[in-house]
Design a protein around this ligand. Structure first.
Ligand SMILES: [Zn+2]
Length: 318
């Protein structure tokens, strides 16, 4: 098998207003990084357009309609002080959902060992009826529900290491006992939720608030303990909201993680996946706003996914 990589040109059509941190340059920087020779073995796929019915797994039809109505003919509409819509935004959001869904389908079909999806807009802040935090719709929560309801899995885990709390994913999966959700995030920071006391309707959520400046050692200790609890839950698929804005160079936050911390965390997630679900990890881009840092961190993350997939394949041959 191989590591699959999903992306699509529509990610560039979600054109950001001048000076906005969540810009199409992020995707271009990631594409440039993944053109390096060590990524030649990636199995590259276009992220398909998700049918609108997929959005309805987590959002009411009126949310989709509200986003559609907000799309401007030219320029930008601001859905809140942070969250913009450009003429190409809804199509980009549907390709972002389609990319994560297609990655789930491929990995569950055994046609890829694991996968990374680089699309935008991101998704983990979008609530059922509220676009927010640069996000229009909850791509990873939709993929989790697809894995459960379409593929019939009994349990999935969603692991979110973006520096901001995944409030949208938490809200969309709050009542879903088959989906465990873990989020580490800087606190205090936008959006302000993610206290350790927020544990989901079934005790299936773990929030790991981290202090500004706490660094890699604190993060590793917190995740090690959380991943042991996820191991007890025995997920059949692991989904990752991979935000790289905890990087020390990121302008939006101050957790001070390094490329080596992202590498460690990716290995820890793959260890869990090896134990629980034959290595099945589907990871998707969320934040990360320093272009050099996000490109390097994505490269580190994807390199570990590829290495771990290779290790599993060589193990199979023994
Ligand atoms: Zn973020």
């Amino acid at each position: 098998m191989s590591t699959a990589f999903f992306t699509h040109d529509s990610a560039l059509k979600h054109v950001a207003p001048p000076g906005h941190a969540e810009s199409e340059s992020r995707i271009e920087a990631i594409w440039a990084a993944l053109r390096a020779p060590e990524f030649a073995a990636l199995a590259r796929y276009p992220a398909p357009l998700a049918p609108e019915a997929e959005v309805l797994r987590c959002h009411p039809a009126r949310h989709l309609e509200a986003v559609r109505m907000a799309i401007p003919a030219a320029g930008w509409a601001m859905l809140d002080p942070d969250t913009f819509a450009a003429p190409g935004s809804l199509v980009a959001a549907l390709h972002a959902i389609g990319g994560v869904n297609a990655a789930v389908d491929l990995v569950l079909a055994g046609q890829a060992g694991n996968a990374f999806v680089a699309m935008r807009p991101p998704g983990h802040h979008a609530e059922a009826e509220r676009a927010m935090g640069f996000c229009l719709s909850g791509s990873i929560a939709i993929a989790a529900m697809r894995a459960l309801d379409h593929h019939g899995l009994a349990r999935v885990a969603v692991l979110d290491f973006d520096v901001h709390h995944g409030n949208g994913t938490q809200a969309l999966l709050w009542d879903e006992p088959r989906a465990m959700f873990v989020s580490s995030h800087q606190m205090p920071l936008y959006p302000g939720s993610g206290y350790a006391s927020e544990t989901g309707a079934h005790g299936q959520m773990i929030n790991l608030p981290l202090l500004p400046g706490s660094g890699g050692a604190e993060m590793r200790a917190a995740w090690q303990e959380a991943l042991d609890r996820v191991r007890d839950f025995a997920p059949e698929l692991i989904l990752v909201s991979a935000g790289f804005d905890a990087h020390h160079a990121d302008p939006l936050a101050a957790l001070e993680w390094t490329d080596s911390d992202f590498r460690w965390l990716t290995h820890a997630i793959c260890d869990l996946a090896d134990d629980c679900c034959a290595g099945r990890v589907v990871s998707t881009l969320e934040g990360g706003y320093d272009l050099t840092a996000v490109a390097a961190s994505v490269a580190a993350h994807v390199a570990v996914l590829m290495e771990r997939d290779d290790d599993r394949n060589s193990g199979d041959e023994l």
